[in-house]
Design a protein around this ligand. Sequence first.
Ligand code: GLA
Length: 417
Amino acid sequence: MWRLTVAPLLALISLSTALDNGLLRTPPMGWMAWERFRCDIDCKDDPVNCIGEKLFQDMADRMAEDGWKELGYEYIIIDDCWMARARNKSGLLEADPVRFPGGIPNLARYIHDRGLKLGIYSDVGVMTCMGFPGTPLDKIETDAKTFASWGVDYLKFDGCYSNPVQQMLGYPRMSKALNATGRPIAYSCSWPVYVGGLPPNVNYSLMGDICNLWRNYYDIQDSWDSVQGIIDWFSANQDDLQVAAGPGKWNDPDMLIIGNFGLSLDQARSQMALWAIMAAPLIMSNDLRNLDNAARAILQNKVAISINQDPSGIQGRRLLREKSHIEVYWRPLSQSASALVFLCRRQDMPFMYKSSLAKLNYSVGTYEVYDVFMSRTVGVFNDTTEFKVSINPSGAVMWRLSPTTLENTQKVDWIST
Ligand code: GLA
């Protein structure tokens, strides 16, 4: 029913509204409160972890001082539960005065002073998912102006407590309203999740016209099951999703949960590898004050980040699912380079996977192969070189490949990694 009535209107909207903010030519990188800190508003008993200005100041300090900023992590994003329970007398949104005593403008200054950017959250419905005041249609321009005046650089616009018509009107309208403020504000839309994530209910070309990124699928939770579910859904629907992504417009499989409680070291590498393949936003939701060195090394892996941030902005895809439960993912990169990920969906022991680049659709030539997590060159492979690679249960091996010229290379017939 909604398809019949709403779909033609979507086409019209796409002609009239374009988000032209020039932002996010590569996927956004940063930190967001939600997955790790949820709606903990108990600042009396849990002052260190509650959603309040101290948490965001702490994270800004860590981001600026612990090497994150230099690697490209720049957005500190407030999620749900930051607002006072009601709008003020003038009808404006306000931060909870107890938890954010300095207000958002001061927090924005704090974050900007450290060379970082501030993100905030609202919802196209009458309430946010956690029941705080939302931004219904008649408040969109007001709230866009408020956010701009506060110095906000990124808006996550959720969709709880709204219906498809309100979404269809509200998401493009917020896009226009943000543009009209004159402040560059990256725009993250949760619209696709609320209409099933796939065409024809989701018009991804419209999404790319009005939003810089969008959530396609359910919320990530702190578990490998959840990460696997997301990878499976994105791979099953890659034909619809891959074409939607590009510079300035990204699919968002949700936050990185590396450094929390649910992933093993191998699973954490798998998430980082797959998010790099998918050209996904690298938005961590963890406690940067308490991160072990292994998690830090994964999240700060320069080559994994450079794969994610490749300027061509082409989203990668799953190439193969072997009967052995090894899956192979591939992403083309600029300058004829590429990335491969071997993901092991087994639960027994490290699996020795054998293949060749030719079997993985590579054209004739030689390629220098670099192991991203081992930080070493594996060798120079001919397309027909048979290689074997050992992949841990629920782990991933990630390679970066660059073509090289025949003259400079030694031919290797069998390479073991
Ligand atoms: C939805 C979103 C989450 C988070 C919560 C906040 O579930 O998908 O990412 O923003 O709302 O309530």
